[in-house]
Design a protein around this ligand. Structure first.
Ligand code: ZN
Length: 159
């Protein structure tokens, strides 16, 4: 197995009223010339967790971070007004938390982050501020939402 230091969360950046299935996503990624879907897991609006690449395989979801990370994507991320939004259904939230709990047990040292948290820190203040986000993906604050599943000590001294 690879060394895993990061779990990166993504949205498919598709509108909530336009289904974007696991199969479609896989097909689109293959069209780009990739050998398979870029993510390790894909969670559709019904909460189903679809397995993409096996965990031992390097994914294709976050430039510069693929070697040592796991990529998880949920279907959605764009609301009816074409704006980036946390469109996760209750079923998606439940499945995502269950999946992350399992992964945290397996890789207790891995930090859970959103794709946007891996944007460059342009002003060098040690934080990735909203105006530095290259994209909104995954449209929610993953570091805080999954605080209880972060490696021990990660957020210490933060209060
Ligand atoms: Zn992303």
């Amino acid at each position: 197995m690879r060394t895993i230091t990061l779990i990166v969360l993504h949205c498919s950046a598709t509108r909530i009223d336009r289904p974007y299935t696991f199969r479609q996503c896989r097909e689109d990624h293959r069209q780009r010339g990739w050998k398979d879907i870029g993510y390790h897991y894909y969670i559709t609006r019904d909460g189903q967790v679809h397995e993409g690449r096996p965990l031992w395989q390097v994914g294709a979801h976050c430039k510069g971070q693929n070697q040592h990370s796991i990529g998880i994507c949920y279907e959605g991320g764009i609301n009816l007004f074409d704006e980036p939004a946390d469109t996760r259904t209750r079923a998606q939230r439940q499945s995502l938390r269950a999946l992350l709990t399992r992964l945290h047990d397996q890789f207790p040292g891995a930090i859970i982050m959103g794709h946007r948290d891996l944007s460059p820190d342009l002003d060098g203040n040690g934080r990735i501020d909203p105006d530095e986000w290259m994209k909104q993906c995954p449209c929610f604050d993953a570091i805080i939402e999954y605080e209880d599943l972060q490696p021990e000590g990660l957020l210490e001294g933060d209060d």
